[in-house]
Design a protein around this ligand. Structure first.
Ligand code: SF4
Length: 390
């Protein structure tokens, strides 16, 4: 393992219903509770990864989904009583919630169990949009959730808040998105993720757009995203990663570790694990089967590992560059040299030197990073980087 203390990701692949744009692995359960057998299997798998990789501590913990907030109090207590003996007191432990599930009592129960960061999927504060994309919560529920979250984290300053928005949704407009984001800013939410809608094949929304049932335009999406990004930056939120903004000091430690290509283990059906070699130059990556029944019934976790990949040095190096350049911190040339024994500039395509002359790619205190303006051209730049490495 490259770092001694990996991150732990727990996947909860259950949702009340499916949002029309979503292609994450989760199954709609309606009002049914998450089965205890799934939680028991997660507990077994946590034991398995701890032994298998000789883990003494987790650096960060993240409950994602799906909808982790469908978990019941007793299920969370069970999971956290195991996890708590393998985490540092001050580690960041994030829990994703659906707006419908946000209440003072639920947040307090999570806090009492060691969760210190709450990430709420908002996406929009407009009833027509929420209904069209099949979100469970209404505008009123969503607004109440953000208010409750904000009040709770103000009363408990050791906890942090995060909400997500998506630009380019059906029936969205620049004004509506800006009003929505402004509400979250006004309530002092610490961290805001701003995603640009991606139309994923095999989603109902993709088919609706193809059939002209709803309209979608890349240009409208981009304009909305840029306007919301500017609003966030004008209000003191740092764009510390291409889609992530925060009040300085409130970066997500868990996600930042992915962007630095550090080890993480994923537990649960569909969860991905990446364990790097001790020198950090190669890695083993696999995903657990996206089949809950098979996962729950397995007698050996090796049986449910799929998509097993041995990443070679070229792939790890490329991922390090791709993810590192997506962050405002960029990539430290000394750290890069220590890990790969190569100078980072060796991999720069010609266009990168032009971007440096234009001030879109900056070198500051040993780190190469894209300026906020340079970030707008990031995708194109990363494609050129890939060509150069190939
Ligand atoms: S709640 Fe989240 S994971 Fe579940 S369907 Fe909606 S977007 Fe996907």
């Amino acid at each position: 393992m490259y770092c001694k203390t990996p991150s732990l990701y727990i996947h909860i692949p259950f949702c009340f219903s499916k949002c029309t744009y979503c292609d994450f692995f989760s199954i709609p359960t309606g009002k049914k509770e998450i089965p205890d057998v799934y939680v028991d299997k997660l507990l077994e798998e946590i034991d398995y990864v701890i032994k298998r990789y000789g883990i003494s501590k987790f650096d960060t913990v993240y409950f994602g989904g799906g909808t982790p907030s469908l978990l019941q109090k007793t299920q969370i207590e069970k999971l956290m009583s195991k996890i708590n003996s393998f985490r540092d007191e001050n580690s960041e432990d994030t829990f994703e919630l659906n707006c419908d599930d946000v209440s003072n009592e639920y947040l307090e129960m999570l806090r009492e169990n060691g969760i210190n960061r709450f990430s709420v999927g908002v996406q929009s504060l407009d009833d027509k949009i929420l209904k069209t994309i099949n979100r469970r919560a209404s505008k009123k529920d969503t607004e109440n959730a953000i208010k409750t979250l904000s009040k709770f984290t103000i009363c408990h300053p050791e906890t942090r808040s995060s909400v997500d928005f998506i630009s380019g949704l059906p029936y969205s407009s620049k004004k509506q998105l800006l009003d929505d984001v402004q509400k979250a800013i006004g309530l002092g939410i610490n961290h805001i993720s701003l995603y640009s809608l991606t139309l994923e094949e095999n989603t109902p929304l993709y088919r609706q757009v193809e059939n002209d049932d709803v309209s979608y335009s890349d240009e409208k999406n981009e304009n909305e995203w840029i306007a919301a990004r500017n609003l966030l930056m004008d209000n003191g939120y740092q764009q510390y990663e291409i889609s992530n903004f925060c009040i300085p000091g409130f970066e997500s430690a868990h996600n930042s570790r992915y962007w630095q290509s550090l080890d993480y283990v994923g537990c649960g059906s569909g969860a991905v694990t990446t364990i790097f070699s001790d020198d950090g130059k190669s890695a083993l990556r696999y995903a657990n089967e996206k089949n809950i029944e098979k996962y729950v019934k397995c007698t050996n976790f090796e049986e449910v590992k799929t998509d097993i990949e041995n990443l070679d040095e070229k792939t790890v190096l490329f991922e390090r560059l791709m993810t590192g350049f997506r962050t405002a911190k960029g990539i430290d040339e000394l750290e890069f040299f220590k890990r790969f024994g190569r100078k980072i500039e060796e991999f720069f395509p010609e266009s990168f030197f032009d971007l440096m002359k234009e001030g879109k790619l900056i070198k500051k205190e040993h780190s190469y990073k894209f300026s906020p303006e340079g970030m707008l051209f990031l995708n194109k730049s990363l494609i050129e980087l890939l060509d150069k490495i190939d």
